[in-house]
Ligand binder design. Structure first.
Ligand code: DQA
Length: 146
């Protein structure tokens, strides 16, 4: 088994730290990716981090994960609520998937309550702030350990 996790962040998550900090906190995406890498390292796992504002780039990254990753952590941003293509990419590669949302999408606008991704995710972590990414690593490490 490849001991690597793909960490995918979708649109606008490159703005973490400055974007609506009252909702998303003050940590930057660089902070988050470094932390995820450290936690994964504790389990002997590597992380490849990808962020894009473009749906097709995210889909290509997910397809490439088939070659050299064993699991995927994804915060699809607003594509959560719109993208059947992203859902199909995730189900197509058939790797364990953890869906993460920094904010509690259920306590916000109605349109954020529906996720196209959750139906193909193995776990969904919502409203835990950026700590959700760490929880996702821990869960996927347990899943991969069998
Ligand atoms: C988000 C929630 C989405 O509704 C929103 O579009 C985002 C971030 C979250 O992490 O809470 O971009 O996925």
């Amino acid at each position: 088994m490849t001991r690597r996790i793909l960490l995918v962040n979708g649109p606008n998550l490159n703005l973490l730290g400055t974007r609506e900090p009252e909702i998303y906190g003050e940590e930057t995406l660089t902070d988050v990716e470094a932390h995820v890498g450290r936690v994964a390292g504790d389990f002997g796992l590597e992380v490849r981090a990808v962020q894009s504002n473009h749906e097709g780039v995210l889909i290509d990254a997910i397809h490439e994960a088939r070659e050299d990753c064993s699991a995927i952590i994804i915060n699809p941003g607003a594509f959560t609520h719109t993208s059947i293509a992203l859902r199909d990419a995730l189900s197509g590669v058939a790797l364990p998937v953890a869906e993460v949302h920094i904010s509690n999408v259920h306590a916000r606008e109605d349109f954020r309550r529906h996720s196209y991704i959750s139906g193909v995710a193995d776990c969904v972590i919502v409203g835990c702030g950026v700590q959700g990414y760490e929880l996702a690593v821990r869960r996927l490490a347990a899943v991969l350990a069998g």
